[in-house]
Write a new protein. Structure first.
Length: 122
C-alpha cells in the first residue's frame, strides 16, 4: 500500500513539475514581428523557443530564399548560435554571417535579435 502511495505521489510531483516547466516556455514567431527584414529574396521568418529565459531552439520557417544559399545558413550553424544563451545574451551576441549567404545570414541574425528583443520589451 505504501508503494502505491509513493508511486502516486511521484507521478503527481512529475505532473506538477511538467506544468511548471511549460509555464516558463515561450515561443516567438518572427513572421509578423520581422516582416520587413528581408534576405535576398524576401523575409526569413523564424520560430524561437525559450525555456526559463534560455534559448533552446531556433527553427527556420518556409521562405523564398534560394534553397542552396539558405542551406549554407543552416549548415553554417547560424540557427544554433544562440542556443543555450540567456535571452539578454543572445540579443547582445555578435553573430557572424555565413560566407556565401550574406544577405540570408544578416536577415536571420536580425530575426533572432528582434524576435528575442520582443520578449525583453514585455
Amino acid at each position: 500500500m505504501r508503494k502505491l502511495f509513493t508511486v502516486i505521489a511521484l507521478i503527481a510531483a512529475i505532473s506538477v513539475a511538467a506544468n511548471a516547466a511549460q509555464a516558463d516556455t515561450v515561443v516567438v514567431n518572427t513572421t509578423d514581428i520581422c516582416k520587413n527584414i528581408t534576405g535576398y529574396n524576401g523575409p526569413t521568418p523564424l520560430i524561437i523557443k525559450v525555456v526559463n529565459g534560455v534559448v533552446v531552439k531556433v527553427e527556420a520557417l518556409p521562405n523564398q530564399e534560394t534553397p542552396g544559399y539558405f542551406r549554407k545558413v543552416i549548415n553554417g550553424g547560424l540557427l544554433n548560435a544562440p542556443v543555450g544563451l540567456k535571452v539578454e545574451e543572445a540579443v547582445k551576441k555578435p553573430y557572424d554571417a555565413v560566407t556565401g549567404a550574406t544577405y540570408s545570414s544578416i536577415s536571420v541574425i536580425r530575426n533572432i535579435k528582434n524576435g528575442l528583443k520582443s520578449l525583453l520589451n514585455k
